[in-house]
Design a protein around this ligand. Sequence first.
Ligand code: NDP
Length: 340
Amino acid sequence: MLAAIAENLMTNWLPAADRYASMTYRRTGRSGLLLPAVSLGLWHNFGGVDAYENGRALVRAAFDRGITHIDLANNYGPPPGSAEECFGRILRDDLMPYRDELVISSKAGYRMQPGPYGEWGSRKYLVQSCEASLRRMGLNHVDIFYHHRPDPDTPLEETMGALDHLVRSGKALYAGISNYPADRAREAITLLRQLGTPCLIHQPSYSMFNRWVEGGLLDCLGEEGVGCIVFSPLAQGMLTDRYLDGIPADSRAAKAHGFLKRDQVDEAKLTKVRALAAIAKERGQTMAQLALTWVLRHTTVTSALIGASKVSQIDDAIGCLAKLSLDAGEQKKIEAILAT
Ligand code: NDP
């Protein structure tokens, strides 16, 4: 009997009691949903090729620190689908008792399976993909379901109709779009509003090295009252100290399946990172913290969606919350470095 109790105590994980003490939560557009200023994505490091216990430690650490939002997609892995399977296992092992404290998202749009129903934006693909994601994670619903990328060939009415259907059938609580340029985003937002399922959020890429959202999308989302969660705010690790002394063997750029390629780690970018890191140091921040502060300076940006391979990277990221303001002088210095 005592042995059974001891075993239960050893395997039953309990999250930190003070997990909501220091995280900042921001309102998602004009919706009722608050998201943590830093969210965790499972694109890399949670696939079938990765160590389960490391992924599990990352998700536990995130939840312990108030990161209530976990972002997935049907195709995350490799192989595609395995990140959702991994997260399903983490839910079963640790987090299912806390399901109501989590905002879990998934997406469909990129290639998931062979054949004509395995990618893009048809109702057939979106609805069956969402159902498959739910099966992999062992969930009844996701909190946010996104169309992952615009589809030039499917009528937007059909794609938005599929998102509306998923919300109305209880498989998703909210609908979102990702990678839509400003004009398509505005059309999608209007259609969803007409259908009675407002667009909760847009998920674009945004970082000091990738500023396309400044060309109209952020304004559009602000005007429409739609939230914005920006992915790859650390430029996949480039906007940290990760590559300042070469390409470490355990880094994304060194991995065959990593999306960051060795030739993207170039000297021109590293020179900028060194100069930016000096500003970070003056502010008492790390390079990663400055990069996150910089994207979060927009009130339109609800959350910075990071990835991590180590718990220390999550701690580094949330350290940005201690100093979330950038003064005009600092912004000017950053602009000058980025413009070189
Ligand atoms: P980041 O720009 O935050 O890059 C994360 C990577 O940077 C980590 O895996 C790690 O790489 C490195 N890193 C992170 N923190 C630190 C640190 N403090 N010091 C040193 N290195 C660090 O984001 P991702 O590119 O991972 O994208 C985040 C999420 O965004 C994804 O998981 C996914 O959910 C979403 N996404 C959405 C897309 C879409 O089309 N909607 C597309 C891409 C991503 P290392 O392995 O080298 O340690």
